[in-house]
Design a protein around this ligand. Structure first.
Ligand code: ZN
Length: 437
């Protein structure tokens, strides 16, 4: 009887968007997609992730496993597997203590900020790392966010490790020192602490946060109706800053995934988002030598379509190029393997942060000026990149190598045109900004 009820429930869910899938069961289907699973996907009642030649993850409501049993579909329960490996990982309180200790130890370059609380009231910590950390300087802004899928924990450990290493090596390691002195870096190791505590993908409301951001079809990238509280805090945080490059960490395979996730159209800067992905993948031996993904990178939608993801939202609404980094085959590897993951990702994490300097911007020497800037690439190719809004008297965008004209327009003033140059592998003091009177 239960089985019949489940299939009826599936039918009634058919008209809902995938964003409304409640996650109560987390399964791994072995092998290719059987017809019955294709039907579930089409009906919008389940969610798929990490498709590979070995199988894929399937998420859905209670009764899904029983339904698959009745159809003889082979699977295993991922939550049961996670529980075994989970025991040694730090708790949210321990992660908090580590971040507070780093902020206390390196107060000249680190400031710990809470951008709000999770459904269950846990602080959503972000570490700001920059010289003159208490001043909001005009410098290119970069961010890392990890573990919006609570059970994909490797990135949480790696980003906490990165914060600690940046603190310890500031002043002695030239790359780290250069990044800290000339950029504003924000690192959020744990976007879904409730999910991590429960060893599950979804937040405490059973929602997949990476299917819950405003879609590209939304008229307003800040609309909060139907958006989970963790995402609302990230959205507010993003709208108050000027990020131009980001990445978010996941687990379940090893690959750098670039936009778009939600449409087969190519990103207007497709070559650049591929180069950015390579800047991470090429320094990670396991990623770059992937047998599944050429050079360890993939277009998001080519792999599988995701709607309501953070990556596309950030790129589309905020001019903040973001890629998705899958850093371990196992979502919860043995805790003793974390130092190995840190080692194989460390140079990639540093190198990717540096890419925020592959760009150009301007600042106006009068406060609170807003307006628009039209960007044209002049060489090596001629390309119209469209128009972007700016506020607080500054603007910055990560761009492909070349020469550009920026036409800056503020209200009631004649437009000003400036010529700017973008080079790879060059860090300009406090960023490549042109000062306008
Ligand atoms: Zn994920």
């Amino acid at each position: 009887m239960k089985k019949i009820l489940f299939s009826l429930a599936l039918l009634s869910l058919a008209s809902q968007t995938p964003a409304s899938v409640k996650i109560e069961e987390e399964l791994y289907i072995i092998g290719q997609k059987p017809e019955i699973v294709r039907e579930l996907i089409t009906s919008g009642s389940v969610e798929v992730d990490h498709v590979s030649s070995e199988g894929f993850e399937l998420y859905g409501r209670k009764g899904l496993s029983q339904y698959l049993d009745s159809k003889n579909v082979p699977y295993f329960d991922m939550k049961a597997v996670n529980k075994l490996a989970f025991a040694d990982y730090p708790s949210h309180a321990q992660i908090t203590a580590k971040l507070q200790a780093a902020a206390a130890k390196y107060p000249s370059i680190m400031k710990l900020i809470s951008i709000g609380k999770s459904v269950k009231g846990k602080e959503l910590w972000v570490m700001k790392i920059s010289d003159n950390v208490n001043v909001d300087e005009v410098e290119p802004e970069f961010k890392y966010i990890s573990s919006m899928h609570g059970d994909e924990i490797t990135g949480r450990e790696m980003t906490v490790g990165l914060i600690e290493e940046m603190g310890a090596k500031y002043g002695s390691d030239s790359e780290i020192t250069e990044i800290v002195n000339n950029s504003e870096v924000y690192i959020m190791p744990s976007m879904n602490p409730d999910g991590s505590e429960r060893k599950q993908r979804a937040n405490a409301n059973g929602t997949d946060l990476n299917r819950n951001f405003p879609d590209l079809s939304a008229t307003n990238g800040n609309a909060t109706a139907g958006i989970e509280i963790e995402n609302q805090h990230v959205m507010k945080f993003q709208s108050g800053r000027k990020f131009s490059l980001s990445a978010n960490f996941h687990g379940g395979t090893i690959v750098a995934n670039y936009p778009w996730d939600s449409t087969y159209d190519r990103h207007p800067l497709d070559g650049l988002v591929q180069e950015l992905s390579l800047s991470y993948a090429e320094l990670n031996p396991e990623m770059s030598s992937s047998s599944e993904f050429s050079q360890g990178i993939t277009n998001g939608a080519d792999w599988y379509v995701v709607k309501g993801g953070m990556q596309d939202w950030s790129c589309f609404f905020y001019n903040d190029l973001q890629i998705t980094l899958e850093v371990s085959h196992s979502k919860y590897p043995d805790y003793r393997d974390i130092p190995g993951f840190y080692k194989s990702n460390r140079n990639s994490m540093i190198n990717y942060m540096k890419q925020v300097h592959r760009g150009a911007g301007f600042k106006i020497n009068r406060s609170t000026i807003s307006g628009t800037v039209a960007i044209k690439q002049v060489s090596p190719v001629s390309l119209n990149l469209g128009s972007y809004a700016f506020n607080s008297s500054e603007f910055y965008k990560v761009l492909p190598e070349g020469q550009y004209s920026f036409t800056v327009s503020e209200k009631n003033k004649a437009a000003k045109e400036i010529t700017v140059f973008v080079e790879r592998d060059k860090v300009t003091s406090n960023g490549n900004y042109t000062v306008l009177e």
